[in-house]
Design a protein around this ligand. Structure first.
Ligand SMILES: Cc1cc2nc3c(=O)[nH]c(=O)nc-3n(C[C@H](O)[C@H](O)[C@H](O)COP(=O)(O)OP(=O)(O)OC[C@H]3O[C@@H](n4cnc5c(N)ncnc54)[C@H](O)[C@@H]3O)c2cc1C
Length: 432
């Protein structure tokens, strides 16, 4: 198995846009060109705003092109836990936000005619033990009460593979190739007239009250307003609220192609993409090229400036071990490559957006479920910058000027969660 720096989904752009050299002025500067930043910039230009987009690498280089490709209306934290911790009305609004984010991403694919193999087959939060099945039933109830279109399904009825007992099927969303998606969104952004500077990291952002100045290695941007969509690397900028984000490295593995008949034999007739109900999820999906992509399970924290790295060998091996335990009949299927990316974890495990200062807004719609949500938040924040009142879907994640307490997401806690998940696997095998 090769450990690779780039993604397994698509080649990066053949030609990069020129970096910024010299000083420029604009109305709004968007910093960070992932799905969130591109979506914001596209919305701003549509509204006639003079917008500059700065990206440290090339547009889409970060989590947006590296993820597992699930367009999901899940919110990162466990639904049952959210049901206990949040007021019913807040939870209802969060699920409405998440479901509308899925529709937004689908509409963007159609609007920009992006060929990225989007299949709206509905993701299953799948149980691999009787304990997880009970948890799935409780999650389904919480989600139904919160107005989500997700439903409980039995494993056979849902065409899940042997060993996956059932779970909660989301009523919207599905999977796509994220590498192809960001290339399409990048092309749309470049064609739109947004002034894009690639290989241009923002080194410092200051808000003097009358406007914002962004320092980059070879030039400066002066703007009326700024939007930070820098995701996991946000802590590298001193204007970002303390404790807003913990960077977490997440890995994926792709196998060699598997004959469709073998997937039918193990009962995976629906080919439904799945995530398990462990504390740290495992995800398994079939790609249009017939391979299986799986990931997460064990994650690691990092510090800004975040390195461009490959997955750790022991973590990629652990993912393969997990795959073989879940799919014993596919033990001979060879893993081909492993890659990963940085996600930004908020201290609340919920998506967050707010104000870093009078003229600087930020989005951190991530926590590992932000592919569609980051884009939607970018769009809504663009409207806000252009003068719109706070949108109903932005309200449940809006923090304004609130500051954040220290996150309990740290290396030891994440390792403990991995150990707890393995202990629950052993218990499940023992009591089968
Ligand atoms: C391995 C993996 C699997 C995942 N799977 C899923 C999934 O299946 N479904 C799902 O919904 N979510 C998933 N996620 C999360 C999802 O990909 C992210 O939540 C989402 O893409 C975040 O989008 P974004 O635009 O906010 O950030 P990003 O796509 O990370 O973009 C941020 C950009 O900002 C740039 N940047 C950072 N600092 C600076 C700076 N100082 N100056 C200029 N540019 C800067 C970066 O280079 C980057 O391109 C996964 C993430 C990973 C890593």
């Amino acid at each position: 198995m090769k450990l690779i720096h780039e993604t397994g989904w698509a080649e990066p752009p053949a030609i990069a846009e020129q970096p910024l050299t010299g000083d420029i002025d604009c109305d709004v500067v968007v910093i960070g060109g992932g799905g969130g930043g591109m979506s914001a910039a596209l919305r701003l230009i549509e509204k006639g705003v003079d917008v500059v987009l700065l990206e440290a690498q090339t547009l889409g280089w970060g989590a947006s092109s590296r993820n597992a490709g699930y367009i999901t209306n899940s919110i990162a934290a466990d639904p049952e836990l959210l049901g206990l911790m949040l007021k019913p009305e807040r939870l209802r609004r969060l699920y409405k936000f998440a479901e509308n984010a899925v529709h937004f991403a689908g509409d963007a694919i159609s609007h920009h005619e992006i060929d990225c193999g989007y299949q709206q087959e509905g993701i299953v939060m799948a149980a691999v033990s009787k304990g997880q099945l009970g948890h799935a039933r409780r999650n389904a109830k919480v989600m139904a009460a919160a107005g989500s279109s997700a439903k409980f399904v039995e494993g056979r009825e849902a065409g899940l593979p042997e060993g996956f007992l059932g779970g909660v099927r989301e009523g919207v969303g599905g999977t796509l190739n994220p590498g192809e998606f960001v290339l399409g969104l990048r092309a749309a952004t470049l064609a739109s007239g947004v002034r894009v500077y690639e290989h241009t990291p923002a080194l410092d952002v200051t808000d003097a009250g009358g406007g914002v100045t962004v320092e980059t290695p070879n030039g400066r941007v002066r703007a009326r307003k700024a939007l930070l969509t820098t995701n996991a690397d946000s802590a590298g900028l001193s204007i970002v609220p303390k404790n807003l984000v913990t960077p977490v490295w997440t890995s994926l593995v792709e196998t060699e192609p598997v004959a469709p008949a073998r997937l039918d034999e193990i009962g995976w007739t629906s080919r439904a993409p799945m995530v398990t109900l462990h504390m740290i999820i495992e995800s398994y999906r079939v790609t249009p090229r017939g391979t299986i992509v799986f990931g997460t399970r064990r994650v690691q924290t990092g510090r800004s400036p975040l390195p461009d790295r490959t997955p750790a060998r022991n973590i990629a091996d652990d993912l393969v071990r997990g795959f073989r335990e879940r799919f014993p009949a596919l033990r001979d299927v060879k893993p081909q490559k492993a890659w990963g990316g940085w996600i930004g974890m908020s201290s609340t495990w919920l998506p967050v957006a707010g104000e870093a200062s009078d003229n600087v807004l930020y989005s951190l719609a991530c926590n590992g479920h932000g592919f569609a949500q980051a884009q939607y938040v970018g769009h809504l924040l663009a409207d806000r910058i252009a003068g719109a009142p706070l949108h109903d879907d932005l309200a449940p994640i809006w923090h304004g000027r609130k500051r954040f307490s220290r996150s309990f997401v740290g290396g030891p806690a994440l390792y403990a969660a991995w150990l707890a998940d393995r202990a629950s696997d052993r218990l499940a095998a023992f009591t089968k």
